[in-house]
Design a protein around this ligand. Structure first.
Ligand code: NI
Ligand code: MN
Length: 218
């Protein structure tokens, strides 16, 4: 499968006939590698309702008509004529590409009554954890038993974990590979991702820094 970073927390994962799009913040993103009209999705994931995650999700959903995953109240933002898979933290649903589990995130959701979340995706038998926006939490230690192949972790600090806590998160999650996200979109979350990656490698976790538009083969 191919994991393309589209900037900020947006990733497009291509596997067989499926395209999974996560947090499509594109048209208003200063670092987006694609325009909202250019991307496609068979399955669309929203971690929470903040503008830098919900982004262009409604427009893309209207155009591509993907299956939409979100926590319950955030899922209600999408029109009834779409196929929506609402869930809550700890819940799992099977999907044609594998499965989806909603994971805990320590963060506001931007939607009254809703929780922010991350996603543990099973695709081609591999597991990809997109943390969403979150601070470091002990809940992450539950992921160690999941044998995560790739962890997509925020390192921007201020609104989420920073690099130091993301390194602590690696000790809890123990993924095979980490990709940093949610940094350098704006000055307030400027970070040195290469330095983070070097520290991750020194601590025993493979790390890949993707520039917006770059793709990783998993
Ligand atoms: Ni947020
Ligand atoms: Mn955010």
């Amino acid at each position: 499968m191919k994991i393309q970073f589209l900037g900020h927390s947006c990733f497009s994962i291509a596997s067989g006939s499926y395209t999974l799009l996560i947090d499509p913040f594109l048209s208003a993103s200063p670092v987006a590698a694609a325009r909202a009209e250019e991307v496609s999705a068979t399955h669309l994931f929203v971690t929470h309702g903040h503008h830098d995650h919900l982004g262009d999700a409604l427009a893309i959903a209207a155009r591509c008509r993907p299956v939409v995953y979100a926590t319950v109240e955030t899922a209600r933002l999408f029109p009834d004529d779409l196929t929506v898979e609402p869930g809550q933290i700890g819940g799992f649903v099977a999907a044609p590409f594998g499965g989806v589990k909603w994971t805990a995130a320590l963060h506001g959701s931007g939607v009254p009554g809703s929780l922010a979340c991350g996603y543990l995706l099973t695709i081609e038998g591999k597991k990809i954890y997109h943390a969403g926006d979150t601070g470091l939490s002990t809940e992450m230690s539950l992921l160690a038993e999941e044998n995560v192949d790739a962890a997509l972790l925020p390192i921007g600090d201020r609104y989420t974990m920073g690099p130091a806590d993301a390194l602590r998160a690696l000790k809890l999650i123990r993924p095979r590979l980490v990709v940093p996200m949610h940094y350098n979109t704006w000055p307030l979350i400027r970070q040195d991702a290469v330095r983070f990656a070097e520290a991750a490698v020194a601590a025993g976790t493979k790390a890949v820094v993707l520039q917006p538009g770059e793709t990783l083969d998993l």
